[in-house]
Design a protein around this ligand. Structure first.
Ligand SMILES: NC(=O)c1ccc[n+]([C@@H]2O[C@H](COP(=O)([O-])OP(=O)(O)OC[C@H]3O[C@@H](n4cnc5c(N)ncnc54)[C@H](O)[C@@H]3O)[C@@H](O)[C@H]2O)c1
Ligand SMILES: O=C(O)CC[C@@H](O)C(=O)O
Length: 474
């Protein structure tokens, strides 16, 4: 059998590194270990968060797993990763592209929030990368298709900050209706300006929600409890909560709503969803709130609509360009219209803090870190946004000499037959395979595998032309 150094990756294979195998801290062919059972080869640090009686798979020495966390990922999430024995480097900000490329070359895992752009250009350099954790809802900052084609799984936290965003929007509706931002700014400058003109109660007013997903539907319930009427527009037909009502078109919503609030994802169809024609459709004296993505509103068109008085106020939490770190960066260098925007009255500007609460950040930290641990240690893809969701029941403590084989491959005919020919020398206890677009994910638990045979299994799978990525956990 070849030595660990002999492992060669097939010419033309999409990536240079097979993540788990080359990171084995103990060579599978080390003579004194070749006959050892898997159980006795585990290190002292066992993965946490497994049920009693389940065998913790140990893919490699956990201290060899390098994780880079950017953008101030919550400590609860960091702790979960550190408890595993992984090497975690946590930075408070995102990184400029050149520094990101430098750092990403060396890590198996990267954790980001909304500011770090993991484009094809960046991911091409990420030769060891196994998995990306988006510690947020949005995943539009990652090239998901490219990642899938490289066998890199992406996880996020689909709704842990939804309530925080919905509460922020409720606060903003009242602030806009009562011009609270302006009154507060005036008082900070020493000006007493007691006015009631164009200040309103929100009771009985109509809230128009565009995008009735996790955040939109939560907001619907909160707004109704404060006496608002709720209408919503969504591209899919969705069950109305409370007495809210779905309207058939965006235009119908714009014509009826006193407050329009946007909760759609960043998609080609949602870019500049609200521009001059849409502002013209809005009721005179109505308000706009955007806490979704900066690409959804045409800002120069908003400036025009507010300068003319047609739109009475707006709250923006997200922008087409956002700074990578805290500081004096929200200026015209970042967005050419910066000064025009800042000069407007009854405009609330917040620095993308919709999901920034202690509760949300802790919940996201825990959820995403746990998904990363499950994926690294057991290959489970439940919750992945770009790979098929695949799970096998855990291997039991009493089950010895088992290996879990993960074969991420191009979704082409004949692969299962070839894989099973290779696995067929052993006993396949359980196996599952699923595909998403061009990429398929196969996971099989194989018994009667001697420790020294793992490398051979891995090498033979690596030679298959359909291979994207092979991992063998044991
Ligand atoms: N400001 C923040 O800090 C913050 C925090 C969390 C989420 N977000 C953003 O908020 C947005 C909504 O998040 P969510 O969790 O509610 O998403 P979601 O996926 O649960 O809901 C989005 C809804 O929008 C609908 N939709 C898609 N395209 C549409 C279109 N063209 N017109 C109308 N409806 C459309 C979908 O059908 C879906 O119901 C996302 O962009 C997310 O990234 C921002
Ligand atoms: O915390 C962040 O940076 C992103 C918040 C929000 O936009 C999300 O997508 O969850």
């Amino acid at each position: 059998m070849a030595s660990a150094q002999d492992i060669k990756i097939k010419p033309g294979a999409p990536r240079e590194v097979s993540h788990s195998f080359q990171n084995l801290s103990t060579s599978p062919v080390t003579p004194q270990l070749a006959t050892q059972s898997f159980a006795s080869s585990w290190g002292a640090k066992l993965p946490q968060r497994i049920a009693p009686g389940e065998r913790p798979l140990k893919p490699f020495n956990t201290q060899d797993v390098k994780i880079l966390l950017l953008e101030n990922v919550n400590k609860a999430g960091q702790d979960i990763l550190r408890e595993q024995g992984y090497q975690v480097e946590a930075l408070k900000t995102s990184l400029p592209e050149d520094q990101l490329i430098e750092k990403i070359r060396d890590v198996q895992v990267i954790g980001i929030r909304s500011k770090t752009k993991l484009t094809e250009k960046v991911l091409r350099e990420a030769k060891s990368l196994l998995v990306i954790g988006c510690f947020c809802i949005g995943t539009n900052q990652v090239d998901l298709d490219y990642a899938a084609r490289q066998g890199i799984a992406v996880f996020n936290s689909p709704f842990a900050n939804s309530r925080s965003v919905a509460e922020l929007v409720i606060g903003e509706i009242i602030c806009l209706a009562r011009q609270l931002g302006d009154r507060s700014n005036e008082m900070h400058r020493g000006t007493w300006n007691k006015v009631s003109a164009k200040c309103w109660e929100i009771r009985g007013k109509t809230l128009g929600i565009v995008g009735y997903g996790h955040i939109g539907s939560q907001l619907s319930v909160l707004a109704e409890s404060m006496g608002m009427n709720v209408i919503y527009y969504d591209v899919v037909t969705l069950m109305a909560l409370g007495t809210s009502r779905q309207v058939p078109t965006l235009e119908a919503l714009l014509e009826e709503a006193d407050f329009v609030t946007l909760h759609v994802p960043d998609l080609p169809e949602t870019r500049n969803l609200i521009s001059t024609p849409q502002f013209e459709r809005m009721k005179s004296g109505s308000y706009l709130i955007n806490a979704s993505r900066g690409s959804v509103v045409d800002i120069p068109a908003l400036v025009k609509a507010m300068n003319s008085g047609h739109v009475a106020g707006a709250a923006l939490d997200v922008y087409p360009q956002e700074p990578a770190a805290n500081g004096d960066y929200f200026n015209n260098d970042l967005n050419v219209w910066g000064e025009d925007l800042r000069s407007l009255k009854n405009l609330i500007l917040t620095p993308h803090i919709g999901g920034s609460t202690e509760e949300a950040q802790r919940a996201i930290g825990i959820e995403v870190s746990e998904a990363l641990v499950r994926y690294i240690n057991q290959g489970i893809t439940l919750g992945s946004v770009n790979l098929p969701e695949v799970q096998l029941r855990s291997i039991k403590l009493e089950e010895d000499n088992k290996a879990r084989v993960i074969f991420i491959h191009n979704n082409v005919p004949g692969v299962l037959r070839k894989v099973n020919e290779i696995l067929g020398d052993h006993n396949v206890d359980k196996q599952i395979s699923d595909s998403k677009g061009d990429i398929a994910y196969l996971m099989a638990d194989v018994s009667n595998v001697k420790f020294g045979e793992i490398k051979d299994l891995w090498e033979r799978l690596e030679l298959l032309s359909s291979r994207v990525l092979t991992r063998v956990l044991y």
